[in-house]
Design a protein around this ligand. Structure first.
Ligand code: ATP
Length: 357
């Protein structure tokens, strides 16, 4: 087991800077997910930890030892990729044992490790099959098995589930969580899927354009995002963002007015923005209630209703043209298209997307 520490890690490709001084501490035995949109640099960060990519500045340590100049094979890590990269002409058993056999690992120990991996992943009955005789999920299990037999200090996963269909992805997600509990080792997992990040991670690192935007536990990021980007990235359907303007402040907080005239007052601990300045009000779909006493009430027109069983999502528009998604219990979906809802909880962001608290 081992902690992984990144200190001011920088990556340049040619003259172009991709990672801008990342500081990330992954604790021993922790499951950390790097998440962010395509091109934000999450695979590059993972590849630098693996040693598959040089770092242009800063320091990476695994288990307290700086590994900047340590070969990938000597870092005590094992990586699982999106493409399973199994050898098609070998059986599952041979695929699992291949790396150990190549390294001259003693036969009895190799057999022990392969048996253990096959039991952990419940693939013992597949050992004689070739990859083409396996389902996608089974292939991914074998790919993970190849990492397990190496008995690494740290597992690195690069979008391992993106080739699987939706149902299998959910199933494998649970398997990977179980694997983490069972092995208790440090795992770092890259995905662009915020649901995967929310469900798997002890802590999430949210990246954008090569910058770390926020690091935190899933529910903390959800309920207490530092900025509009994190607020919009974590949660599905997304947080709604509504343009507004500061009217003024009083003892109860800052009052803002949304296009359309809805007023909202919210306490602020930090600096209060000038009256007249532009802000963004963020409201999660589940934070709309039934219309209240006028303040923070918003009139919308329902365009589409999505019934998911227990809950429904109302896709609506305000008179000012803002698109708003509202979550409701299935039994509470109104018949009329014109409704008024109250904003029960909201977040404020300044013009640059910084959270106003
Ligand atoms: P995705 O989810 O699409 O895989 P990512 O967040 O993993 O994206 P990276 O693959 O790490 O992103 O890429 C980060 C940035 O670095 C991108 O702009 C990409 O074009 C660039 N990049 C990656 N590898 C190289 C390379 N070998 N040479 C030049 N630029 C590269």
């Amino acid at each position: 087991m081992a902690a992984v520490t990144l200190k001011n890690v920088v990556k340049r490709f040619g003259g172009f800077q991709i990672i801008h001084g990342a500081d990330i501490d992954v604790n021993d035995g922790e499951f950390v997910v790097f998440v962010g949109p395509s091109g934000c640099g999450k695979s590059t960060l993972l590849r630098m930890i693996a040693g598959l990519e040089d770092i242009s500045g800063g320091e990476i340590a695994i288990g307290g030892k700086v590994v900047n100049d340590v070969e990938p094979a000597d870092r005590g890590i094992a990586m699982v990729f999106q493409s399973y990269a199994l050898y098609p002409h070998m059986s599952v058993e041979q695929n699992l044992s291949f790396g150990l056999r190549m390294n001259g690992n003693p036969k009895a120990d190799t057999e022990r490790r392969v048996k253990r991996a096959s039991e952990i992943l419940r693939i013992a009955e597949l050992m004689k099959r070739r990859p083409r005789q396996l389902s996608g999920g089974q292939r991914q299990r074998v790919a993970i098995g190849r990492a397990i037999v190496r008995e690494p200090q740290v597992f690195l996963f690069d979008e391992p589930l993106s080739n699987l269909d939706a149902e299998l992805r959910v199933q494998m997600r649970v398997e990977i969580s179980r694997l983490h509990k069972e092995l208790g080792v440090t795992m770092i997992y890259v995905t662009h899927d915020q649901t995967e990040a929310m469900t798997l991670a002890d802590r999430i690192v949210v990246l954008r354009d090569g910058y770390v935007e926020q690091i935190g536990r899933p529910l903390d990021l959800y309920s207490d995002p530092d900025n509009q980007f994190v607020a919009g990235f974590v949660g599905s359907p997304k947080m709604n963002f509504i343009k507004a303007r500061v009217l003024g402040h009083s003892a109860s907080g800052v009052t803002v007015e949304l296009a359309g005239g809805t007023r909202l007052t919210q306490p602020l601990n930090g600096p209060v923005p000038e009256p007249g300045s532009k802000v963004v009000v963020g409201v999660r779909p589940e934070h709309f209630g039934h219309a209240g006493k006028g303040d923070a009430d918003l009139s919308v027109t329902i365009d589409v209703v999505e019934h998911l069983g227990g809950t429904s999502f109302l896709y609506t528009r305000t008179a000012a043209g803002d698109d708003i998604v509202i979550q409701r219990d299935a039994a509470e979906v109104p018949d009329a298209p014109e409704i008024t809802v109250s904003i029960r909880k909201s977040y404020l962001f300044d013009d640059n997307g910084r959270r106003l608290r």
